[in-house]
Design a protein around this ligand. Structure first.
Ligand code: ZN
Length: 151
């Protein structure tokens, strides 16, 4: 790894330790050229398996982009989207899985999105739960109504 200060192409590891939760390793590095020190972190890269069979690293920005589309025209600001992205990333990280199905990502989005905006939630759910008819929407809307008025 190159030095972030002087771009020297090599660095030396002077200390290496696990984070408290054991989910990452941090390395303290020193640059032999300029002598400055910096820290790197190694974590498992969680991969998303898409329906096409392709896998790609989990990226919070992709989650946010997908939800932003579902939120078009809705009173949802960028801060709320960022917070939702963070919640989904935490949920995915908490699974500890090295590979997650893209469908599982969609399901992880549904809960926080329902809290954020019900119309955007319905749009999103119609895709991820594969709504095939008006009945599917009706059931989901009834479930939302039931949640709002528990009697
Ligand atoms: Zn350097």
């Amino acid at each position: 790894m190159h030095c972030p200060f002087c771009r020297h192409p090599d660095s030396r590891v002077i200390d290496s330790r696990s984070t408290e939760d054991g989910a990452a390793i941090r390395r303290r590095r020193s640059c032999p050229e300029c002598g400055k020190r910096f820290t790197t972190q190694e974590t498992v890269l969680q991969m998303v398996a898409k329906r096409s069979g392709v896998t790609e690293p989990f990226m919070r920005e992709k989650i946010i982009a997908g939800v932003r589309r579902a939120c078009q025209g809705r009173p949802v600001d960028e801060d709320a989207l960022a917070l939702l992205g963070q919640k989904v990333e935490e949920a995915i990280r908490a699974t500890g899985a090295a590979e997650i199905q893209s469908h599982g990502i969609g399901l992880a989005i549904l809960g926080p999105l329902r809290e954020l905006d019900e119309v955007a939630y319905l749009r999103f759910a119609s895709v991820y739960r594969g709504f095939e008819s008006i009945d599917d929407f009706e059931k989901e809307i009834n479930a939302l109504r039931g949640r709002d008025s528990p009697e």
